[in-house]
Write a protein that binds this ligand. Structure first.
Ligand SMILES: [Zn+2]
Length: 352
C-alpha cells in the first residue's frame, strides 16, 4: 500500500486499537535524522524463544470448563466471522498486503570483497524464497477492517510473493560501529542517494560484513532485527538488520563450524535470519499486527519468534551437513514459522 493508504488504514485501525495508534503516531514525526523503530529480533541461540511453544500449547489445554470448539456456521454467518485464535493474536494494524507480494532490497554494508561467495548464496536464497511452501505459511496471516455494525472483517491476506529487486553497496559510510539510527542512515543513503528506489512495498535488508558491530546488541541480545524508518521525507520504510554470524557463530549460526549446507558459516546462518525477518516484516511490519499475547510484546512474540531455532525434520547432505529444505538448486537449514491456522503450530511448509 502507499503511504496515504497506510495512513488511512492506521486511522481506521486506531478506532479499535488505541495502543497501536499510540505506537504509530510516535513514529510519524518528521525529522532530519532517521527515526528508527525496531520491532522484532532474532534472539541469539542461548536466548531462544522456542520454550514458548510448549507454554502456548499448555495454555491452550488449560482453558477451563467446557467449550464448544467450533460450529458449522450458517451460510450467511460464515463470511463475516473472524477466524479463531491460533496462539497468535491480531492487534489491528496492517500487513504488507500488495496482491503481488513484497519487494526485497539488500544493502551490503562494509567490506564484502573477501566473501563474495556469501553474497551469492544469500542472494540465491532470497530469489527462491517467494512462492515456496515455506513462504506459504505466511498466507495464514491477514489484516482486518471494520465491517457492518461493529464487526471486523478480513481485508487482505499475505501472499507468497517475495520479489528480490536488487542491491546496493555501502563502504562503511557510518563506520564500523553502527547504532540502530546508523542502520536507518544506511537505508536513507541508499534510497535518497539514488542506488535503490523508494518503495513503500519494500523491505530493505542491511547485511553487514563480519567486522561490523551493531552496538545495540548484535551477537549478545539478537542476531537480526526488523523495524521501520520514518525518513526525513516522512516515508515509513521497512528495514531489517542482519549481522554476519561469522562474528559470533556460537550465538547466531546453527552450524558454527563447517560443514554447513553451502559450506559458508556466515551465509548459512544469514539465510535463516533473513527468512525470520522477512516473514515478520510482512506479517507485522509496524509491531501492531500479529504477535502472541502469551509473550506480551511484538519484539519477542511475532510468528517467527515462536519457532526460533527450531528446524523440524532434517535430512543429511553429502558434505556431512544437514538441511530441511531445498529452494532452487541449494539446500538450507531454515527455522520453522508459526502457522496461524488449525490451532497454531510451527511448520516448515503450508500447502493448503
Ligand atoms: Zn523475530
Amino acid at each position: 500500500m502507499n503511504v496515504k493508504q497506510f495512513a488511512a488504514y492506521v486511522l481506521v485501525a486506531a478506532a479499535f486499537t488505541p495502543v497501536c495508534w499510540a505506537q504509530v503516531t510516535s513514529s510519524s514525526q518528521v525529522g532530519a535524522s532517521p527515526q528508527l523503530t525496531r520491532v522484532g529480533i532474532v534472539p541469539v541461540r542461548n536466548r531462544s524463544a522456542s520454550a514458548i511453544i510448549p507454554a502456548l500449547m499448555s495454555a491452550k489445554r488449560a482453558a477451563a470448563g467446557f467449550e464448544r470448539a467450533g460450529v458449522m456456521p450458517t451460510m450467511g454467518q460464515a463470511a463475516s466471522s473472524a477466524p479463531k485464535d491460533n496462539g497468535i493474536q491480531y492487534h489491528g494494524g496492517p500487513i504488507m498486503d500488495d496482491a503481488n507480494g513484497v519487494n526485497v532490497y539488500f544493502i551490503w554494508y562494509g567490506d564484502w570483497s573477501k566473501d563474495t561467495a556469501a553474497q551469492t548464496i544469500v542472494t540465491d536464497f532470497i530469489k527462491h524464497l517467494g512462492g515456496s511452501p515455506y513462504a506459504a505459511i505466511n498466507t495464514t496471516y491477514y489484516d482486518m477492517e471494520p465491517g457492518p455494525t461493529g464487526t471486523n472483517v478480513v481485508k487482505d491476506w499475505v501472499t507468497t510473493g517475495i520479489h528480490y529487486m536488487g542491491s546496493a553497496s555501502d563502504n562503511y559510510s557510518r563506520g564500523v560501529n553502527l547504532t540502530d539510527q546508523d542502520v536507518g542512515f544506511v537505508l536513507e543513503n541508499a534510497v535518497f542517494g539514488g542506488s535503490l528506489p523508494l518503495d513503500h512495498n519494500g523491505v530493505y535488508v542491511v547485511i553487514t560484513s563480519a567486522d561490523v558491530q551493531e552496538t545495540s546488541g548484535f551477537c549478545t541480545q539478537y542476531c537480526a532485527w526488523h523495524g521501520w524508518d520514518n525518513t526525513a521525507t516522512n516515508d515509513n520504510l521497512l528495514l531489517a538488520f542482519v549481522g554476519n554470524p561469522e562474528q559470533c557463530p556460537n550465538n547466531c549460526a546453527w552450524f558454527s563450524v563447517p560443514p554447513t549446507p553451502n559450506n559458508n558459516v556466515g551465509a548459512d546462518g544469514m539465510v535463516n535470519m533473513i527468512a525470520h525477518e522477512t516473514e515478520e516484516a510482512v506479517s507485522d511490519p509496524f509491531g501492531t499486527s500479529w504477535w502472541s499475547n502469551s509473550v506480551g510484546a511484538p519484539s519477542a512474540g511475532e510468528n517467527e519468534d515462536l519457532c526460533a531455532w527450531t528446524f523440524g525434520k532434517t535430512y543429511n547432505l553429502p558434505n556431512g551437513s544437514y538441511a530441511n529444505m531445498k529452494l532452487g538448486d541449494r539446500q538450507y537449514l531454515i527455522q520453522r514459522n508459526w502457522v496461524n491456522a488449525e490451532g497454531g503450530f510451527c511448520a516448515l511448509r503450508w500447502d493448503d
